[in-house]
Design a protein around this ligand. Structure first.
Ligand code: 0GY
Length: 300
């Protein structure tokens, strides 16, 4: 990896018009570095500027959110130290998803659990990772601590190829960015139909209704994204998650305004009941289930 360190996030995002409900969770975001403490992986495919916990939590507050789920970004490889450090700084308001060497010993998985990790991510994007060994992924998926899930990141063209692999995973699946459908096809297009077949195949497949900026080439206000995704959230309200995707890895040529991303929520989840599912009930069930027993929602 060489070259200049890139900036992929908005310097001063607008304040959203949409007000998230109390306890809202940004369930897909990342931290980058700071590099001096948490060097990037030698295999990283992009080299970002520092975007650490302090900046993430300032954005959380600016946007009106209470909690974060920090997903290990590929630029940090399998060293989850930056993600764990951000969680540790959050005062209980962040949990995370790790990327691990599939040979990781049991006690290290338990340490990750102690550090607030609740799932592992399998990344199938060739531009982000050198290899994605399905057989090894399946082995580690069988050894996860109780209550964990698997997050999978892939693009729509390999969904059918991945189906047997996903079918073999026995813990819940969370699909990043709905498997990157072509939203220009509309809600009944081939990509959305294939994705719905996956959702219909088992009740424990969740999805992130995220990334209009990545998925809608027409750009802000991302009308094709809203049209394609709103029916999915309406039809599968108990399995939808939402996140900013800050600091928007690799989006340096089309940096979204995070305030506008938050305003998309009201278009894909137009009722308060849907918004509560998407932003509070669903992410709490996956990431803070122990807090759902006594009292509904997050106490920020
Ligand atoms: C995302 C998407 C991307 C990158 C990563 O781990 C990552 O580097 O996730 C991407 O470039 O599409 O989920 O934020």
């Amino acid at each position: 990896m060489s070259g200049d360190r890139i900036i992929s996030w908005h310097a001063s995002p607008s304040r959203p018009r949409f007000t998230p409900p109390p306890g809202a969770v940004d369930a897909h975001c990342h931290v980058f570095g700071p590099m001096a403490r948490f060097p990037f992986s030698a295999k990283a495919k992009y080299l970002p500027q520092d975007a650490g916990a302090e900046r993430l939590f300032a954005l959380r507050d600016h946007l009106g959110f209470a909690r974060n789920v920090i997903v290990q970004a590929s630029c940090h490889g399998t060293d989850n130290a930056a993600t764990l450090d951000a969680i540790a700084q959050s005062q209980g308001r962040a949990r995370g998803v790790a990327v691990v060497d599939p040979a990781i010993p049991e006690h290290e998985l338990e340490s990750l659990h102690e550090g607030g990790i609740r799932g592992i991510r399998f990344n199938f994007l060739k531009r982000l990772v050198d290899d994605a060994p399905k057989d090894k992924f399946l082995e580690v998926a069988r050894r996860l601590p109780a209550g964990w899930h698997v997050v999978i990141y892939f693009e729509a063209d390999i969904l059918e190829d991945l189906r047997p692999f996903m079918d073999a995973i026995e813990v819940p699946l969370v699909i990043d960015h709905m498997g990157r459908p072509d939203v220009r096809q509309g809600p009944d297009g081939a990509d959305m139909k294939a994705f719905r077949r996956l959702l219909d195949s088992r009740p424990d497949v969740w999805f992130k209704a995220t990334c209009p900026d990545r998925l809608d080439p027409a750009g802000d206000p991302w009308n094709d994204f809203a049209d394609a995704v709103a029916p999915l959230v309406a039809d599968y309200p108990a399995r939808a998650l939402w996140g900013t995707d800050w600091p928007h890895p690799n989006m340096q040529d089309a940096i979204p305004d995070d305030g506008h991303l938050v305003d998309m929520i009201a278009r894909i989840a137009p009722t308060q009941a849907l918004q509560h599912r998407l932003l509070v009930a669903n992410p709490m069930q996956l990431y803070w289930p122990e807090q759902l027993a006594g009292h509904e929602g997050a106490q920020a």
